[in-house]
Ligand binder design. Structure first.
Ligand SMILES: [Fe+2]
Ligand SMILES: [Fe+2]
Length: 276
């Protein structure tokens, strides 16, 4: 498909067209604010969990799962928060706080894909030490957040776009550009700015399909790789050699890595899906 840039909305048109950017869910606002204060943070996070039964139940089952591999049985939220640390606890809260928004405006698939990408980004960050793994989880989780705006704008049209891209011969971002005059990367960056998320996040969301364009190509490359590795169908090649040549790390066996990541992500998703 031709990349028709003349169709593209300029920044002002964009803001006018997609003015209904949803506010950040309240629980996430709270979780983000408390981590800024390490002395009271843990107690505040515990409060959030006490109020939200679903979040506390799922956090406890996740913390006792093979995902973290802690040896002892953890039965209280306070203990769970201590062993997890604030950053990981915040990430679990975020995963659940956005679940409803993502499922409503993007399908369950989007939420599951976001979790898989978060798990992948965390693992890659640990391995290649490019960025803090807990931050990588957040970026991986939010990378496709722009899709919720395209979907809420025109669900029918967006499901067609997704169908076309899933057929495999066309690039999702190009189809979005052609159909909507913009794409989920640009819109995701818009949401990230509106939510006042760190600049590094906005940058990675903006360039996750084309990390070489980013001012932080290697950090952005972690999200690019994470996203590619967890696609439902194996792409060929999984990682574009031209893009990978710009990175400060290389992945020798992407198929094996994909298996490891998907196995981990499956545990996370299973615990998050528990009733409660
Ligand atoms: Fe994407
Ligand atoms: Fe993605």
């Amino acid at each position: 498909m031709m990349n028709n840039n003349s169709n593209k909305l300029d920044p002002q048109q964009l803001v006018a067209e997609f003015k209904d950017i949803p506010p950040m869910p309240n629980v996430m606002v709270k979780a983000l604010s408390v981590i800024k204060n390490p002395t009271t943070g843990i107690a505040e996070l515990a409060k959030i969990m006490q109020v939200d039964q679903a979040i506390s139940t799922k956090t406890l089952s996740l913390v006792n799962s093979a995902f973290y591999g802690f040896r002892q049985q953890i039965t209280s939220i306070n203990k769970a928060l201590v062993v997890l640390g604030m950053m990981k606890a915040k990430n679990i809260i975020m995963s659940l706080a956005l679940k409803q928004m993502m499922t409503a405006q993007g399908s369950r698939e989007l939420w599951e894909h976001s979790i898989k990408c978060a798990v992948a980004a965390e693992l890659l960050a640990k391995e290649y030490k490019v960025i803090n793994p807990d931050d990588a989880f957040v970026i991986g989780f939010l990378h496709d957040i722009g899709k919720i705006l395209l979907n809420s704008k025109n669900p029918l049209k967006y499901s067609k776009v997704r169908y076309l891209a899933a057929q495999g011969n066309v690039d999702l971002v190009e189809v979005e550009d052609a159909q909507f005059g913009t794409n989920h990367c640009i819109l995701g960056a818009l949401i990230s700015k509106k939510w006042q998320l760190p600049v590094i996040l906005t940058n990675c969301i903006r360039y996750h399909h084309d990390p070489a364009q980013s001012s932080l190509p290697t950090v952005c490359g972690i999200v690019y790789c994470a996203d590619r590795l967890v696609q439902a169908n194996i792409q060929s090649p999984i990682l574009n050699p031209k893009i990978m040549s710009k990175m400060e790390f290389s992945i020798s066996d992407p198929v094996a890595l994909r298996e490891t990541i998907l196995a981990k992500a499956t545990i996370f998703l299973k615990e998050m899906a528990m009733p409660g």
